[in-house]
Design a protein around this ligand. Structure first.
Ligand code: PLP
Length: 226
């Protein structure tokens, strides 16, 4: 696995304005360091303990994105250093992130995870739940978080048309939220969608942040995806 070569190959295909999250879950810190030395600064992890341990031994200018399922009782552990919590799927979690950010004198960016796939197992707000949460408006009083965009995962299928439809749906939802709730806010600007197997489709549908793991670091030995 030549991490640097993989990164450079992928980065060369990303249009300007599309940011790359290197998904380093399950991989040891020295592999992240290789990516760091090749210029990568944004890393994504899906286990809080693992991310915290890596954050303590790796350079301080890394931007850590938590991309896993957010458990309320784990927010406290990452609040001192995490940059972005992708995959927020309830108002209560936003409120808890806000509280923990305040305690640490920090500001944390959150993305709203939307369930766009047909699979039951994927986490996230249904679009209706998310709209209801935004309509209710309580989020507007949270001073220590920024809602920076949306995040979604397409169905794991060979049916390209379905994957395109799902990513396009996410883009439509983003556009409608931008207009309805975040007009005039430069902060709501990110559509996080696309992984190793489908990021080209995601970008074509409007994604401006891809989360790529195995195409950079190789296959994961053990499966911590859930
Ligand atoms: C593991 C993971 C990825 C990266 O998956 P690859 O197929 O290895 O690129 C992206 N997003 C989330 C939420 C993940 O859990």
């Amino acid at each position: 696995m030549d991490i640097k070569e993989n990164l450079n190959r992928i980065k060369a295909t990303l249009p300007a304005g599309v940011r790359l999250v290197a998904v380093s879950k399950t991989h040891p810190a020295d592999m992240l360091m290789e990516a760091y030395n090749a210029g990568q600064r944004i890393f994504g992890e899906n286990k809080v303990q693992e991310m915290t341990a890596k954050s303590q031994v790796l350079p301080a200018d890394i931007e850590w994105h938590f991309i896993g399922h957010v458990q309320s009782n784990k927010i406290k552990m990452m609040a001192p250093y995490v940059s972005v919590i992708q995959g927020v799927d309830t108002f209560d979690k936003l409120a808890e992130i806000d509280r923990q950010a305040a305690k640490n004198g920090r500001h944390i960016t959150c993305y709203l995870q939307l369930h766009i796939a047909s699979e039951e197992t994927k986490f996230g707000f249904s679009p209706d739940e998310c709209t209801a949460m935004l309509d209710e408006g309580k989020w507007r009083s949270l001073q220590n978080i920024t809602i920076g965009g949306v995040m979604g995962m397409a169905t794991n299928t060979d049916d390209e048309a379905q994957v395109r439809r799902e990513f396009s749906r996410l883009k439509e939802i983003f556009d409608s939220y931008k207009q309805k709730y975040f007009a005039g806010s430069a902060d709501f600007n990110t559509i996080s969608a696309g992984m190793s197997g489908d990021y080209e489709l995601a970008i074509q549908a409007g994604s401006n942040m891809v989360r790529i793991g195995s195409a950079i670091f190789g296959e994961r030995n053990y499966n911590l995806d859930k």
